[in-house]
Design a protein around this ligand. Structure first.
Ligand SMILES: [Zn+2]
Length: 403
């Protein structure tokens, strides 16, 4: 149980992008404190030996001989953990330079919730062939949308090349055609953000089931009972509206059904802390601070991602948006947080994701913030610490710019 899981992680950390070959020397991480991710206690002074991309030995350093030709990483004072997943990113928006940032932060796998499939597919195959450094990628391809939303995005004008990122779906014939063609192209799952109608939502879910693909959708697309009936596999972001209006018994019953159906929730709580509850003025200062004085992570971002962030910051600065933010968001946040805590206690699978592409979400780095939030949120009585929104995060891992 333990070895294969760890094997995955360390193999990812060490050989992703370099296509392990038979000629490659063994790699040894010596004297390291090992946290294997199974919940077992940390083990100090361990040596892990990786041969041809696979873990060959995990044993106390004192009892392990390292082959003389091995490439040795001295692990004294360091921790070795399984490679991390960011369960909600948009790679095509983050750009090629984000791929190395994920690895530098220990994120060796990502789940891409939609964008320019041709681009992501190209990166995915280059990574697999060892021509590019980057995480393992599971991708949805383009995002399925209510056609009205696609029209609105285009009419408004956006830096995003909408036609490459989103596919409109009107009715069940559309749903069948789109899902079948995505399945043939090789997407790993289907993602819907909005639906033209409940019928259209059901048709997408049914087409995904027929194609043998998992189905992910936003937490506000239909009521949760409908998600359960459609066998939606994951709820992206919080359930919205939060379950607050239901009485305690109805909430508990619904949550029990979600647990039984093994529905995963990817709440992307870091979006609240580091973006939605941050003032637009501060967000603007960070985006325009090209030297990265306010946030050193800012220096590693692609020009395209920054243009997208600028657009988001501009939208936030509008009067209507500012009002919504002040009057509505703190209340919504409290409901979302309460749902999350109730779901955590009930045993729903809560998965960490950042929605990289959302402004002030830094590829790789922000996953660590999300993990911290999820951990803190599991403590009883946890409230939003106001100071958190204004802190300047440190950079603990030296980032390696991606190719
Ligand atoms: Zn997203």
């Amino acid at each position: 149980m333990f070895l294969p899981r760890l094997a995955l992680a360390i193999a990812s950390a060490l050989v992703v992008g370099s296509a392990a070959s038979a000629q490659e020397p063994a790699r040894a991480i010596t004297n390291v404190t090992l946290i294997d991710g199974t919940g077992a206690p940390a083990r100090e002074r361990m040596t892990v030996l990786v041969v041809e991309g696979t873990i060959a030995v995990v044993a106390p350093a004192a009892q392990t001989s390292v082959p003389p030709a091995a490439h040795v990483v001295e692990g004294t004072g360091k921790f070795l953990i399984p490679g991390l997943w960011d369960m909600h990113v948009h790679l095509a928006k983050a750009g090629a330079s984000s791929l190395g940032l994920f690895l530098a932060n220990g994120v060796t796998s990502v789940r891409d919730l939609g964008g320019d499939f041709a681009l992501v597919q190209q990166w995915r195959s280059e990574i697999a062939a060892g021509q590019r450094l980057g995480p393992r990628i599971r991708t949805a391809g383009p995002i399925l949308e209510d056609p009205a939303r696609v029209r609105r995005l285009k009419a408004r004008g956006t830096v995003e090349p909408v036609d490459r990122f989103r596919v409109p779906v009107t009715d069940s014939a559309d749903a069948d055609r789109v899902v079948d063609s995505l399945a043939r192209l090789g997407v790993d799952f289907i993602k819907a953000r909005t639906a033209a109608s409940p019928e259209s939502y059901r048709a997408i879910a049914a087409a995904a089931r027929r194609a043998g693909l998992a189905f992910a959708a936003h937490g506000d697309i239909v009521p949760p009972e409908e998600m359960l009936r459609a066998r939606q596999g994951s709820i992206e972001h919080a359930l919205y509206p939060p379950l607050a209006r239901r009485d305690a018994r109805a909430r508990a019953q619904l949550i029990r059904h979600l647990v039984e159906a093994r529905v995963a929730v990817v709440p992307t709580m870091v979006n609240y802390y580091e973006w939605l509850l941050v003032s637009p003025a501060r967000a603007r200062r960070i985006v325009e601070d090209s030297a990265g004085h306010l946030d050193p992570r800012r220096r590693y971002l692609s020009g395209y991602l920054l243009d997208d962030w600028r657009e988001q910051v501009e939208e936030r600065g509008r009067v209507k948006d500012a009002l919504i933010r002040r009057l509505y968001l703190p209340r919504a946040y409290r409901g979302v947080l309460r749902d999350l805590q109730e779901m955590q206690r009930a045993g729903i699978r809560i998965l960490p994701g950042t929605d990289v592409a959302v402004a002030l979400m830094y590829p790789g780095f922000s996953l660590r913030d999300e993990l911290a939030v999820l951990l803190e949120a599991s403590a009883a009585g946890f409230q939003l610490p106001a100071a958190r929104c204004q802190r300047t995060p440190g950079v603990a891992v030296p980032p390696t710019p991606g190719p």
